[in-house]
Design a protein around this ligand. Structure first.
Ligand SMILES: NC(=O)C1=CN([C@@H]2O[C@H](COP(=O)(O)OP(=O)(O)OC[C@H]3O[C@@H](n4cnc5c(N)ncnc54)[C@H](O)[C@@H]3O)[C@@H](O)[C@H]2O)C=CC1
Ligand SMILES: CC(=O)[C@](C)(O)C(=O)O
Ligand SMILES: [Mg+2]
Ligand SMILES: [Mg+2]
Length: 357
């Protein structure tokens, strides 16, 4: 493990230098890795593992859209693609990548196939950390660990194909074989992680649920909406409001933050912008911190997990989620966004002369 100083605090991380792909291949040489579920993480992780030379099969419900997607991605029924139970049977490492709510339903079936020495792998601490809600209590004679890529399975695959990687956390809940650490780190490298930082199941789920409800998704949506609405209410056009709220952020300023940090982004903006932003950040900080405290407390209390289990266990939950996403899609702000994106030079290479009136 490399000891890295993160802003004054030293942490152990595993890098690809110390745990190269060849070592991961060696550790997993005699394993059959079954990816159960082919939603968002399933495709990214299985395809990356396969391209990294690991023996991997996919287990998915037949007669589902994602069974067809798996075939379209090159998985072959009876060879590398199986109904869930058959994949569970063949696997020595079971990667449980159903949605967190579906993991509860299928657990009795998975448990049946968890014979001594197998590994149960998650990409979230949810099932095990909230065992009193999920009923997911693995037998004592199997390894239980997680690798949680810190990003969408879609990005995991895209970055892998670009020769890049997402960072992932890893955690070991149970080491029955004495080989859990090597196995889970090898899997982490195999699925395409750039580096791996160690955590626990409870810390992973607590930070993850906070992040996605907070700045990664929920908070940013709320913030974007609030500013867009104020600009529109004061007579600014949709394109102006959208550009000043979202497009400039994602296309110009956030890439600078990603590249070299917040101060670097500031330094590349006008002194006018820097002065105003530095003055206003305290007000936004003060206004939102209590909301983040409330959110974190709700996660710790288990309320967020319960809400997710209750709503995602409804038979029509996908349709209901889709309705909410459609509402977002059809709102003026995001319709304006669609028009703005279409005008990006890379998306509109040749706007006809006559349209340029
Ligand atoms: N979506 C993402 O990029 C990320 C997901 N995770 C975690 O990875 C795990 C998998 O998440 P996703 O890929 O988002 O899952 P998902 O919501 O895309 O679902 C995965 C699969 O579950 C299957 N499924 C759903 N209900 C089922 C049932 N009752 N019986 C059998 N199969 C069923 C679906 O057909 C689908 O193939 C979760 O623990 C999640 O928290 C972690 C990091 C990011
Ligand atoms: C992509 C990711 O890591 C999330 C936001 O936590 C999730 O999809 O659950
Ligand atoms: Mg996450
Ligand atoms: Mg998450």
């Amino acid at each position: 493990m490399a000891l890295i100083n993160f802003g004054g605090v030293e942490e152990n991380v595993i890098t690809r230098d110390e745990f190269p792909l060849a070592k991961a291949q060696e550790v997993l040489a005699n394993e059959t890795v079954a990816i159960i579920g082919y939603g968002v993480q399933g495709p990214g992780q299985s395809l990356n593992l396969q391209d990294n030379g690991i023996k991997v099969i996919v287990g998915q419900r037949q007669e589902s859209k994602t069974w067809d997607k798996a075939i379209a991605d090159g998985w072959e029924p009876g060879i590398s693609l199986f109904p869930i139970e058959e994949a569970l049977e063949r696997a020595s490492i079971i990667c449980y990548l159903l949605s967190d709510a579906a993991q509860i339903q299928l657990w009795p079936v998975v448990k049946k196939h968890l014979t001594a020495g197998k590994m149960l792998y998650f990409s979230h601490g949810f099932g095990v950390a909230y065992a009193e809600k999920t009923g997911i209590i693995p037998p004592a004679d199997v390894d239980v660990a997680l690798v949680a890529p810190k990003g969408s399975g879609t990005s995991l695959r895209r970055l892998f194909l670009e020769g890049k990687g997402l960072n992932s956390s890893f955690a070991i809940h149970q080491d029955a074989t004495g080989k859990a650490k090597d196995r889970i780190v090898a899997l982490g490298i195999g699925v395409g992680s750039g580096y791996l930082f160690e955590t626990t199941f409870i810390k992973e789920v607590t930070s993850d649920l906070t992040g996605e409800r907070g700045t990664l998704m929920g908070a940013i949506q709320g913030l974007f909406m609030a500013q867009y609405e104020v600009l529109r209410a004061n007579g600014h056009s949709p394109s102006e409001a959208f550009n000043e709220t979202v497009e400039e952020a994602t296309q110009s300023l956030y890439p600078l933050v990603a590249e070299n940090g917040m101060d670097w982004m500031y330094a590349n903006c006008s002194t006018t912008a820097q002065r105003g932003a530095l003055d206003w950040k305290d007000k936004f900080h003060a206004a939102t911190k209590p909301v983040f405290e409330e959110l974190y407390a709700s996660v710790v209390a288990g309320t967020e997990a319960q809400r997710s289990i209750d709503s995602n266990s409804q038979t029509d939950y996908r349709e209901k989620l889709q309705e909410e996403l459609d509402e977002l899609h059809n709102s003026e702000m995001w319709r304006a966004g669609k028009a703005v994106r279409a005008l990006r030079p890379e998306n509109a290479p040749e706007i006809k002369e006559k349209e340029l009136v």
